[in-house]
Design a protein. Structure first.
Length: 228
């Protein structure tokens, strides 16, 4: 999913960078003074975990592989705005130090993986929870759905950007089938990893999961975190 340098023309790269910068600016404004003593450490740990997990690829099909994006995971753990900031840090460090994703494509990568994946994941989680039981099982089902859908949403962003300013000679239809098709499979891995991670945190400290706090009173979260 990491886009290298030279895959998109300059106007598209600049436009994506502007949109990504706008999203980061809004996130900074909305999180200013609102990250309590519990959320702030979890945000840092989330960034570290996602950074490490993105370095591990798992096989998908026909010689392709995928890795965790982490947008939905971060959004459910720490909320969408803090998640955008955490994902931006992760993607920035990867590009600057490990050359994982091009510097000229950093805005594109942040927009796709750090904004689209986060917002689609959190919106899907929130909507799903309106129809699911307000307990651990409901939270985990919503988590799996959100994580799965966040991946093809991120891939669809890439396809739209390619249609606007891709520099390669591949047909748009071929790109759409290849990218979205593969990322539907990657979404299954994303859902599994995200579900297991959220389940572990719910078991240890349910009150640290921002998505759970939104739908369950604190008294129930304490009971949920004590379940074994």
């Amino acid at each position: 999913m990491h886009i290298p340098d030279g895959f998109f023309d300059v106007p598209t790269s600049i436009g994506a960078a502007a949109l990504a910068a706008g999203a980061v600016g809004v996130s900074l404004k909305l999180t200013k003074g609102k990250m309590d003593s519990e959320v702030a450490p979890v945000a840092g740990l989330s960034a570290v975990f996602i950074f490490a997990a993105q370095m591990i690829n798992f096989p998908v099909a026909l010689g392709t592989s995928g890795h965790l994006i982490g947008g939905a995971l971060a959004a459910i753990l720490i909320g969408p705005w803090a998640a955008i900031l955490a994902m931006t840090v992760v993607l920035g460090v990867q590009a600057l130090i490990f050359a994982d994703g091009g510097l000229t494509a950093l805005g594109l990568n942040i927009l796709n993986m750090g904004v689209l994946a986060v917002l689609v994941g959190y919106l899907t989680f929130t909507v799903s929870m309106k129809f699911l039981p307000k307990n651990k099982s409901g939270i985990l089902v919503a988590t799996g759905i959100a994580a799965f859908l966040s991946v093809p949403a991120s891939a669809a962003g890439f396809v739209i950007e390619y249609a606007i300013g891709g520099t390669a000679t591949f047909e748009l239809g071929d790109v759409m089938r290849a990218v979205v098709g593969v990322h539907l499979l990657i979404g299954l891995g994303e859902a599994l990893i995200t579900l297991l991670t959220i389940s572990a945190v719910l078991t240890a400290r349910a009150d640290l999961v921002t998505g759970a706090r939104k739908f369950m009173p604190k008294s129930k979260l304490v009971i949920l975190g004590s379940e074994r």
